[in-house]
Design a protein around this ligand. Structure first.
Ligand code: CO
Length: 207
């Protein structure tokens, strides 16, 4: 265990040195301020590393991750991140990024009891219930869960775009777009669900 951590510290020294070799001002510049243009709301899954997937450096992506990439309107953690991103950082784009094969999405609807996480995943069961007819026409289990991943992301886009922080920002004339993506662990590619909204009118048209 100890040597595993020593390995990480060694990696860290090498990584920082590598950054400095390319750009000597890299860390001093970041120490002064962050000005990311993007907020990423993604899953905690270790296979979905936000910055790496979209090739962004430290300072370029504000990140919020939780189990199954949810944006629940009552969650103080997510709301704090959203408000800071919108009001202070003034990000231009918010991406809700799900991923195919999400264990959280499957766990939400497999009928097994796991404890606290069953409460956390409740919004996904609601999405399932709202789309039961469509989903139950899909007979392949994996395909049905993939579709549920997409539907849940779309629902989170709606949550973010209808939140008062985003609504008020739009009313002030601030430019923000909310997007829904699903990442494929199997090939490393992002699938844009084309549910982007940039104004109250677009939100209304989409939902
Ligand atoms: Co996941």
């Amino acid at each position: 265990m100890h040597s595993l951590l020593e390995g990480l510290k060694l990696n860290n020294r090498r990584w920082a040195a590598g950054k400095l070799a390319v750009d000597p001002g890299f860390f001093t510049r970041l120490a002064n301020q962050q000005s990311p243009e993007f907020l990423w709301i993604g899953c905690s899954d270790s296979r979905v590393p936000a910055n790496e997937i979209v090739g962004l450096d430290p300072g370029e992506l504000f990140v919020h991750r939780n189990v199954a990439n949810l944006a629940p309107p009552q969650d103080a953690n997510y709301l704090s991140v959203l408000q800071f991103a919108v009001d202070v950082l003034k990000v231009k784009h918010i991406m809700v990024v799900g991923h195919y094969g999400c264990g959280g999405v499957t766990a939400a609807v497999d009928g097994q009891r796991r404890g606290l996480v069953d409460h956390w995943l409740h919004p996904i069961r609601e999405v399932y219930a709202e789309n039961r007819q469509t989903l139950e026409c899909i007979h392949d289990d994996r395909e049905r869960m993939d579709r549920l991943c997409e539907l849940s992301v779309t629902r989170q886009v709606k949550n973010v775009a209808s939140d008062v922080f985003v609504q008020d920002a739009w009313a002030r004339g601030q430019e923000i777009s909310v997007h829904g993506w699903v990442y494929s662990i199997a090939d490393g590619l992002v699938n844009d669900l084309n549910v982007s909204v940039s104004s109250p009118a677009e939100l209304q048209a989409l939902f």
